[in-house]
Design a protein around this ligand. Structure first.
Ligand SMILES: [Zn+2]
Ligand SMILES: [Zn+2]
Length: 306
């Protein structure tokens, strides 16, 4: 399978439009060596050149399509290589791009859990609005690890597991989490036997999540924050990383420590990186630390084949 990183930043992108933190201001001024990034989304194809699955539809989707020729194969007057979209949650930065696909010929095949479909039909009724345009052919994901296939993406096999995190702020059940508010996805190519684990929002690594990470040949996981109090320290928010459903990378019990427990052969990648995270600065001590730990910091446009 081929995986293309369309966007590697967390919500807001990098630099974020209204932010003048060290990273954002430095990136704009050219005084911090860091690459700009769009909001997180990846594209998975069984083979390079084939139609694929869009994993999350970011508000930056149109920019990502322009930057990625593989998404527009040009076989017909109206064409796209996006065979289907899969949402791992119902957050703004993962779902708003659906609006940008409204000109599609025919209903958009959309894979998500019941919890996400409900949020996107009530608190943020994107799916209802889309009924006035291309419409959505909604397909149910059960977040219980049952293998499923997606038409047009054979022979790839998908499995979803429920993650403990939070529904979006506009969810009618924001304060009563349901399994399926957030999922992690395992994608296996039976030809190579290789598996990707994708979880851009990962609040906690429980036994089931760690087992999924262990099964994978590549893990592409939550790279949002370096420290749990990153936003508080900068005076940008009163909330910790944990409060908003993200496990910080540094310190005891952090993501770097968890990734270190995986087999040496596992590819480790961080995605969904917040604009405040010091690992974006290619000259920072934090970036050097993750690289020493054998971890790749995802960049827009990167591809992986396995
Ligand atoms: Zn996000
Ligand atoms: Zn910033």
């Amino acid at each position: 399978m081929r995986i293309t990183i369309l966007g590697s930043a967390a919500g807001g992108g990098f630099p974020q439009w209204n932010c003048n933190c060290r990273n954002c201001a430095g990136q704009r001024a050219g005084t911090v060596r860091a690459k700009a990034r769009t909001q997180s989304s990846i594209f998975i194809q069984p083979d390079a050149g084939a139609d694929g699955l869009l994993l999350n539809a970011s508000p930056d989707l149109l920019q990502q399509i322009k930057a990625t020729p593989a998404l527009q194969p040009g076989r017909a007057l109206r064409d796209t290589a996006i065979a289907a979209v899969l949402l791992i949650d119902g957050q703004i930065d993962h779902s708003t791009g659906l609006f940008m696909l409204r000109e599609r010929n025919g209903k958009l095949p959309l894979w998500c859990t019941d919890a996400v479909a409900q949020d996107l039909s009530t608190g943020n009724p994107i799916l209802r609005v889309l009924e006035h345009y291309c419409g959505v052919d909604r397909r149910r994901i059960q977040p219980d690890g049952t293998p499923f296939e997606i038409p047009g993406l054979a022979p790839l096999v998908f499995r979803a597991i429920a993650l403990s995190s939070k529904a979006a702020p506009y969810s009618p059940h924001r304060d009563a989490p349901e399994p399926g508010d957030n999922i992690g996805l395992l994608v296996t190519d039976p030809r190579s036997g290789k598996t990707l684990f994708y979880a851009p929002g990962l609040g906690e690594i429980d036994a089931q999540v760690f087992d999924a990470m262990h099964q994978a040949d590549a893990v592409m996981v939550d790279g949002t924050f370096w420290t749990d109090d990153e936003m508080q320290r900068l005076g940008l928010s009163r909330k910790t990383a944990h409060d908003i459903g993200h496990l910080a990378q540094s310190g005891p019990g952090g993501m770097v420590e968890w990734l270190d427990k995986l087999p040496a052969s596992t590819r480790r990648l961080l995605i969904h990186i917040n604009n405040t995270n010091p690992i974006l600065d290619e000259d920072s001590a934090e970036r050097a630390e993750v690289e020493r730990a054998g971890i790749t910091v995802c960049e827009d446009g990167m591809t992986l084949d396995f």
